[in-house]
Design a protein around this ligand. Sequence first.
Ligand SMILES: NC(=O)c1ccc[n+]([C@@H]2O[C@H](COP(=O)([O-])OP(=O)(O)OC[C@H]3O[C@@H](n4cnc5c(N)ncnc54)[C@H](OP(=O)(O)O)[C@@H]3O)[C@@H](O)[C@H]2O)c1
Length: 323
Amino acid sequence: MGKPVVPLLPRPERRGLRAGLSMTLLLIARAGGWLRARRRCSVASMQRQRTWLITGTSSGFGRAMTEIVLSRGDRVAATVRETDAMDALKRTFGDALWVASLDVTDAGAVRRVVDEAFQELGRIDVVVSNAAYGLFGAAEEVSDDQIRRLIDTNLVGSIHVIRAALPHLRAQSGGRVVQVSSEGGQIAYPNFSLYHASKWGIEGFVESVARETAPLGIEFTIVEPGPAQTGFGAGLVVAPAMDAYEKTPSGEIRHAIASGSFGLKGDPHKVASAIVDSVDRTPAPRRLILGSDAFQRVRAALVERLAALDAQAEIARSTDLAP
Ligand SMILES: NC(=O)c1ccc[n+]([C@@H]2O[C@H](COP(=O)([O-])OP(=O)(O)OC[C@H]3O[C@@H](n4cnc5c(N)ncnc54)[C@H](OP(=O)(O)O)[C@@H]3O)[C@@H](O)[C@H]2O)c1
């Protein structure tokens, strides 16, 4: 039994042959001992090979996604603020990994790096806007600078990344954009108001842009993970507490986070795998909620909002112009 056919073919042929070969490969694999022994490798090679652009790949979900897709033979344009963070992966994966330094708050740099990535790698199938961080404190507790920095990164930075990618995605007649949001893009905790503003904001942006670009073959998925053990906690910017909030829900959540009792059930690798796998689904799921708690919390919030909406049907109708 020879080696599997698909990995020996050049990239474009591999893409075109995937569907037709899958049954043939399955039959060969059933008949041949060699392919049975290499089953996992063959399954990976039967997946469509893609090129990705991922922001914020130094740690957490971005890092895990990068490792997963490189390991299965895809190529990645990875952006980080400190490129040293990618040295080990670069040694392992060589030319499959293209690394650029990028702070997403710099609109000019975002445009330049995204342009370079498409120039260097040709087609990019999936753009993952992932870079973001958390700001913790009641609305009165956080400073003006902290607010500006957070919104510039999570909301405006993500908008820059998507806007920079759109002309290229249009030129190549389509592609997938994955915006990493949060369960906090649909629900709210006290003391995360600015983080929620950034995530609810980017979800609104994506909802609209997805409608603009659907006819151009560009699809969007908003990912909404629950709390997970990434670098997010270490990167969380914490505003000084005000006594006035000590005996309120703000104070309670501050103590829960300080004592470690705030649940972090999410497994970053499983979250990253689910995001990567979601790209195989067509049409793209508009939202991908990840985590059992996140699912329950978002579901409860939506049920409550729907009930509140339905209760207002009459007053909503009452404000129309007379027919
Ligand atoms: N972990 C959670 O509980 C959780 C839950 C729901 C959603 N999320 C979302 O998941 C995404 C990834 O976060 P994570 O949990 O994986 O946290 P993480 O490990 O801290 O990763 C965040 C990444 O974003 C990068 N980043 C931050 N500010 C940046 C900027 N101005 N320019 C460029 N890159 C910047 C960081 O780079 P540096 O190393 O340079 O700082 C890092 O690579 C975020 O969108 C976050 O909101 C996280």
